[in-house]
Design a protein around this ligand. Structure first.
Ligand code: ZN
Length: 479
């Protein structure tokens, strides 16, 4: 087996991966802020960290993986107050939706799912440690981190703070504006909103302190791997390092892995562009969870992923092909014996699969190794050359592939039913159809005929016919 190499944002290089304790990996992933449904860009990162953990487990590592749920921040506190709900009541729906979505995408549960609101005491203790070491100062009921006292600040994101004026915000969490370039560890309460009464005063935690406190509680003061989306490297992860390393004097995380952004049809995803998708939006259009997982996993994590409906359709076809091949192996009656060269062909594919994933999780290359073998074996079967003696090894190879990619089991329909969709190929609801027609009309107006045609075809595939009325409006009917 090849040596595992991972790109470490800290060093800016691809490095051999060697955990602190042989055979064991302590890993932390920044989870979602649960004030809304997570979108496919979020799930790109979560699928990446799932591929990573599954590959490490395939290689025999015991995982201790923590993922947090940020169930307290400014939006959550404000939204809960507006809704007249407690924070837990308000976030519960989105927490449950996130768990359901993860299951639907076959994202393995980490060893610890933890919530920020269960760890306020740990955050307070960490802030107290920083207070003792004079890394903090108070200001109007809040407690700030003194960046100037931590000279290594910027080592992860390579940010140079010298150009940043005092008074500018080096923080993107959603609390009220600060008057210092330093970031807040603890925020003064806002009138009418939720706060905690603690030893360091009343208030609520800053976002960054959550992850430092929770990661170290479950994983010790030095983690092996910390993962997240690339947008978290600065300031969030930089601040996690500053807090943790100032408190402990030890390296906080040895390998930092960041997943790149996702684009939709070449554009940044945004609600205003109408290209913003949650998982449920795509399932409502009839796409399968397995296809979405494969689509999100197929581009190596350090490359921007251009999500397209064409790509999602291709992933759908690929899954069909893989599952048909697995069925063919299971049901096929092949001539006895072994095909000459097939055992070596399978061994080569297995080696290439492992080598590609060892190479900083090159998922595209590892999938190519699988597709090539499937193509060759299918050709051999068509010619009557594939033999019974090669079945077990081919199945073994597919099983190894699926331990990482997890798309072979034909369970999409059950998963969608669990989410409340009637079946994998659920008929479009009227509101979904109206939405697609509105998108179609908007695309035509912009003279974006490719998109307009794609939507018309998608509707046709789902049994919906569009009719252009004389007055320029569009009517539809079911086939
Ligand atoms: Zn975090």
């Amino acid at each position: 087996m090849a040596e595992i190499q991972l790109h470490n944002t800290l060093s800016g290089r691809v490095e051999p991966f060697v955990p602190q304790k042989p055979g064991e990996v302590r890993m932390y992933t920044c989870g979602p802020t649960v004030y809304d449904y997570a979108h496919i860009g979020n799930y790109r990162t979560f699928v990446f960290q799932d591929i990573l953990r599954r590959f490490l487990r395939l290689r025999g590592y015991k995982l201790n993986h923590v993922m947090n749920l940020t169930d307290v921040d400014d939006r959550i506190i404000a939204n809960a107050a507006t809704a007249g709900k407690k924070i837990r009541e308000y976030t519960e729906k989105f927490v449950q939706a996130f768990f359901d979505d993860c299951k639907t995408l076959s994202i393995e549960a980490p060893e610890h799912w933890i919530r920020a609101t269960d760890h306020i005491g740990d955050m307070v203790q960490l802030i107290q440690r920083l207070q003792e070491k004079t890394f903090t100062y108070p200001g109007e009921g809040s407690i700030y981190y003194r960046i100037a006292k931590f000279p290594a600040y910027g080592k992860l994101s390579k940010i140079d703070l010298t150009g940043i004026q005092a008074g500018a915000r080096v923080d993107n969490d959603r609390y009220e504006k600060e008057s210092a370039r330093d970031f807040a560890l603890w925020k003064a309460p806002k009138p009418g909103e939720h706060f905690w009464e603690t030893a360091i005063g009343p208030g609520r935690p800053g976002w960054h302190i959550e992850c430092s406190a929770m990661a170290m509680k479950y994983l010790g003061e030095t983690l092996d791997i910390h993962t997240g989306g690339v947008d978290l490297a600065f300031p969030h992860h930089e601040n996690e390092i500053a807090q943790s390393e100032a408190a402990t004097g030890k390296t906080f995380a040895r390998y930092w892995l960041h997943a790149e952004h996702l684009l939709v049809e070449g554009e940044k995803m945004s609600k205003s562009l109408g290209n913003f998708f949650t998982l449920r939006d795509l399932f409502a259009k009839g796409y399968k969870p397995s296809a979405l997982r494969l689509c999100l996993a197929s581009t190596p994590y350090r490359r921007q992923l251009n999500f397209t409906f064409n790509g999602l359709q291709q992933a759908t076809n690929t899954i069909e092909r893989l599952r048909n091949f697995a069925d063919r192996l299971k049901q096929g009656k092949f001539p006895a014996g072994e095909q000459e060269g097939m055992a070596a062909r399978i061994a080569r594919a297995a080696e290439e699969f492992d080598a590609s994933l060892s190479d900083d999780l090159n998922t595209a290359r590892s999938l190519a190794a699988v597709f090539d073998l499937v193509r060759d074996a299918n050709i051999a079967m068509d010619k009557g050359e594939f033999r019974q003696g090669d079945v077990a090894e081919t199945q073994q190879f597919l099983a190894t592939f699926d331990k990482v990619f997890a798309v072979l089991e034909d369970n999409d329909a059950q998963k969608l039913q669990t989410l409340g969709f009637t079946s994998a190929q659920a008929g479009l609801r009227n509101e979904d159809i109206e939405k697609l027609i509105a998108d179609h009309t908007a695309a035509k107006k912009k003279r974006d005929f490719a998109t307009a045609d794609r939507i018309r075809k998608e509707l046709a595939d789902r049994g919906i016919i569009l009719e252009d009325a004389k007055d320029g409006s569009v009517r539809w009917k079911r086939k």
